[in-house]
Design a protein around this ligand. Structure first.
Ligand code: GUN
Length: 316
């Protein structure tokens, strides 16, 4: 734990997602302009959100905004929490049948009363730009062409862009979700890493994560991965995005760098913190993704790329 005024030795360099996300979106935009100019075709994305989860509203808002930036036609279907599975299936069926819709995403989590699995399985795999449909999940596992979930592909892009070695390294993924952990492990395996997946039942987590040259954390628990979990010099990717509202916790997490975060907290009522303890990790990791400003920005950029890919495949 740090007290204000104490010097923190920081060694980790920051792997920022912003510049790469901007570059990817710029490339997608140029390809879309070319598609419109030469073929008169503009890709379309339908985003479906059910209920009033404020985080989901922000995420979908960011996706719609990115569509505007790159020239994808977008539509936002915001449905009430009382929507039934049957009503949602009807909407998905109509989006599947429309020629001007290339990509469909349903923002997760869906409200408890909706059969999430039935909804995911109803989306045409050729329009499944989130890569959640079992056909795409299976193709990824088999190493065949597939739509792949956007956060893990964004992480791979960031590692490649930052010249982080993957082949032959020991990679550890903490978290086994369908959205991040599992597809992340598949992508690292495809690139010849030796991959371990850890989860809530892993015994002596730190002894496993400390072996990793590449540590990817997606567990949704504020600052849980500390310096004791990290091999000195490792590359640490933090997928977590947790709201912290307690100033005492902010000081504990950020040590002498807490002041800026305390400012954010007093203005907005919260600050965003990942699953990795920022001050602890900065002391031992070689490279570290910041939160915010790390992988979150890449997720949206990769969604744009997947939507362009869906349009290219469907319309060729
Ligand atoms: N909820 C959290 N991450 C995601 C994502 O990448 N896609 C969708 N559809 N829902 C999410």
């Amino acid at each position: 734990m740090y007290t204000i005024g104490q010097q923190m030795e920081t060694s980790a360099s920051l792997l920022e997602g912003g510049p790469l996300a901007a570059k990817i979106k710029q490339e997608v935009k140029a390809e879309i302009e070319e598609m419109v100019r030469t073929r008169g075709v503009r890709p379309g994305l339908a985003a479906v959100r059910v209920g009033d989860d404020p985080a989901s509203a922000v995420y979908v808002g960011n996706k719609i905004k990115a569509c505007e930036e790159v020239g994808i036609r977008s539509e936002h279907h915001a449905l009430p929490a009382t929507t039934s599975t049957a009503e949602l299936l009807d909407l998905i069926a109509s989006l599947n049948s429309r020629d001007d819709v290339d990509g469909i995403l349903t923002q997760l989590p869906l409200p408890a009363g909706i059969d999430e699995r039935a909804i995911i399985e109803a989306i045409d795999p050729a329009k499944d730009v989130d890569g959640f449909h079992p056909v795409n999940v299976g193709n990824l596992a088999l190493g065949r062409p597939a739509f792949v979930p956007c956060t893990p592909t964004g992480i791979i892009e960031l590692l490649l862009h930052s010249d982080v070695e993957i082949r032959g390294t020991r990679a550890c993924v903490v978290g086994r979700s369908q959205i991040v952990g599992r597809p992340m492990a598949q992508l690292l395996l495809q690139r010849d890493a030796t991959v371990t997946i850890c989860h809530s039942r892993t015994r002596d987590l730190a002894s496993v994560t400390r072996e990793a040259d590449l540590l990817i954390v997606a567990i949704g628990r504020t600052g849980m991965i500390g310096r004791e979990h990290i091999k000195p010099g490792a590359t640490v990717v933090d997928v977590g995005m947790n709201k912290v509202t307690d100033p005492v916790q902010v000081r504990e997490l950020f040590g002498p760098d807490a002041e800026k975060r305390l400012d954010v907290l007093s203005k907005r009522g919260f600050t965003l913190v990942g699953d990795v303890h920022p001050a602890g990790a900065a002391e031992v990791a070689g490279r570290l993704t910041p939160v915010p400003g790390g992988v979150g920005l890449l997720t949206v950029a990769m969604l744009m790329k997947n939507t362009l890919q869906a349009a290219t495949r469907r319309r060729s």
